[in-house]
Ligand binder design. Structure first.
Ligand code: HEG
Length: 141
């Protein structure tokens, strides 16, 4: 459950990320593919070399979707409903992978925001990304 303070920190933190969607998204994906190579199996059709057009394009899509979630913090299930269907029924991504990408996204935010990424902001993003992951995985039941 996100508190009012969490929501404020997420919105504040996202202001910085939103102007670097493609860069941050691509970096998070590269970190995921490097640290957890098993995640590459979902992208056999991608050129997975760092900086490829597909990685950048997909990174931008993922961060854009998160930006949409940030705008709908009180309404995540509805805001992410189509993506949830896509991941469960079409892509069939094993839900464990959402945690892996979430961690990589947090590393990217922390690395780029430095001191601005306070422990409180970290905790807020941790809750937010867990909530997004729960929605993306909820149709698997
Ligand atoms: Mg997913 C497509 C968002 C985790 C594998 N993902 C997409 C798309 C978005 C998205 C916005 C494009 C949808 C469209 O084209 O309509 N993904 C998204 C979020 C998160 C996530 C917000 C979690 C924070 N995705 C995720 C994980 C994997 C995965 C963990 C696998 C390890 N996504 C995946 C694949 C595609 C998408 C294989 C299709 C890529 C393509 O063919 O273009």
């Amino acid at each position: 459950m996100l508190t009012a303070e969490d929501k404020k920190l997420i919105q504040q933190g996202w202001e910085k990320a939103s102007s670097h969607q493609e860069d941050f998204g691509a970096e998070a994906l590269i970190r995921m593919f490097t640290a957890y190579p098993q995640t590459k199996t979902y992208f056999p059709h991608f050129d997975l070399s760092p900086g490829s057009d597909q990685i950048r394009g997909h990174g931008k899509k993922v961060l854009n979707a998160l930006g949409n979630a940030v705008k709908n913090l009180d309404n995540l299930s509805q805001a992410l409903s189509e993506l949830s269907n896509l991941h469960a029924y079409n892509l069939r991504v094993d839900p464990v992978n959402f945690k892996l990408l979430s961690q990589c996204i947090q590393v990217v935010l922390a690395a780029h925001m430095g001191k601005e990424y306070t422990p409180e902001m970290h905790a807020a993003f941790d809750k937010f990304l867990s909530a997004v992951s729960a929605v993306l995985a909820e149709k698997y039941r």
